[in-house]
Design a protein around this ligand. Structure first.
Ligand code: SF4
Length: 301
C-alpha cells in the first residue's frame, strides 16, 4: 500500500467526520483554494477574450447591413435588355384575337384578359373559342346565360365557376352603366379607364392594365409574374416586388404618351414570351438566353 493512498484515505475519513459534525463539506485546504482561485481568474480572462474576439461578422457589409440595394436599370440598360429580347423573339405586337379590328375585337380582349387570369393563354383561347361557338361572344349573351352553363363553356380556362361569375360581373357593368357599348367603357384617359375597370368585381390591376393597353390602346404597363422573375433574376429589380412599383418604373422609363403604346405593348409581350419559353420558373434555359452575360442568376447556373 503506498503512502499516497494512505494519505488520501485518511483525508477522506477527515472530510466525512467534518461533514457529519458541521453539516457542510470541509473547506478546501489553502493550496487547493489558491489553485481554484487562479483557475477561476484564468477562466474569466479567457471568457473576456472570447467575448471580444473576432467572430467574422464585425464587418457590417459581411452582416449584410450596409449591402447596397440592387440598382434598377438605367434607360440605356433597359433598352439593351429590350433589344436582346427583340433579337431573340422578333416583334410580337399583341393581343392575339380571332375578331378583326373593332368593338368585337375589343370585347374579345376584355374577356380574354379575365379568362387568362391564373392560367395559360392556351386555356383562355380555348374558352374564347367555346364562347364563339356558343354564340356568346357578346355581353348580352354572357349576362343572360345561367352561371353554370357559362361555367361549362369556359371550363378550359380553369377556375371556371369563378371565371363565369367574373365574366357576368363585367358584362353587367357594360350593359347597365354603358348601354352595352364596350367603347363607352374604354373611353377616356389611361387613369380614367383603369379606375373604371378596377371598380368591376373580378378585375385586378393586371387585367385592368391589359385591357387599358390592348383594348383601349392607352399607355400603361402590364406587370405580371414574368416581369418580377426576369428583373429579379437579372439582379436589377425596379424596387420592391409590388405592382405599382414596377408599373411606375416601366412607365417612367418607356413612356406615357400615345406614341409609346407600341413599345409598352411590345415590352409586355416580349417579357411573357421570354418567361414562358426561356426564363422559366424551373429549369430556365440560360444557355440559350441572350441576357446571360448580364444576368446575376444566369451566371450561377
Ligand atoms: S440567363 Fe437565365 S435566368 Fe437570366 S434571364 Fe436568361 S433565362 Fe432568365
Amino acid at each position: 500500500m503506498s503512502g499516497r493512498w494512505v494519505r488520501r484515505a485518511a483525508q477522506r475519513t477527515e472530510e466525512a467526520a467534518y461533514l457529519a459534525a458541521n453539516g457542510e463539506p470541509r473547506p478546501a485546504p489553502r493550496a487547493e483554494r489558491r489553485a481554484d482561485e487562479q483557475s477561476r481568474k484564468q477562466g474569466a480572462k479567457q471568457g473576456r477574450r472570447l467575448q471580444a474576439g473576432p467572430t467574422g461578422l464585425e464587418d457590417p457589409a459581411v452582416r449584410g447591413e450596409h449591402a447596397a440595394p440592387p440598382k434598377p436599370y438605367t434607360a440605356r440598360e433597359l433598352r439593351r435588355t429590350y433589344e436582346a429580347l427583340l433579337g431573340m423573339y422578333g416583334e410580337q405586337q399583341w393581343w392575339p384575337t380571332a375578331s378583326t379590328e373593332g368593338p368585337a375585337q375589343r370585347l374579345e380582349i376584355c374577356l380574354g384578359a379575365i379568362l387568362v387570369q391564373n392560367t395559360s393563354w392556351r386555356g383562355a383561347a380555348s374558352a374564347l373559342e367555346n364562347l364563339g361557338a356558343a354564340g356568346a361572344l357578346n355581353v348580352e349573351a354572357i349576362a343572360a346565360l345561367p352561371e353554370d352553363v357559362l361555367g361549362d363553356i369556359v371550363r378550359p380556362s380553369g377556375h371556371y365557376r369563378v371565371k363565369a361569375r367574373k365574366l357576368q360581373s363585367f358584362a353587367n357593368v357594360v350593359i347597365e352603366e354603358h348601354g352595352g357599348d364596350i367603347d363607352a367603357l374604354l373611353a377616356g384617359t389611361t387613369e380614367e379607364v383603369r379606375a373604371r375597370l378596377l371598380r368591376i368585381w373580378g378585375i385586378g390591376p393586371e387585367s385592368a392594365d391589359a385591357i387599358t393597353l390592348y383594348a383601349a390602346r392607352l399607355p400603361t404597363f402590364v406587370v405580371d409574374a414574368y416581369a418580377y422573375r426576369l428583373f429579379e433574376r437579372l439582379g436589377h429589380p425596379p424596387g420592391e416586388r409590388r405592382y405599382d412599383v414596377y408599373r411606375e418604373y416601366f412607365m417612367r422609363m418607356i413612356g406615357t404618351r400615345e406614341e409609346d403604346v407600341w413599345a409598352l405593348n411590345e415590352w409586355h409581350a416580349l417579357i411573357v414570351r421570354h418567361g414562358q419559353g426561356t426564363c422559366r420558373k424551373t429549369q430556365p434555359r440560360c444557355g440559350d438566353c441572350a441576357l446571360l452575360d448580364c444576368c446575376a442568376f444566369g451566371k450561377t447556373q
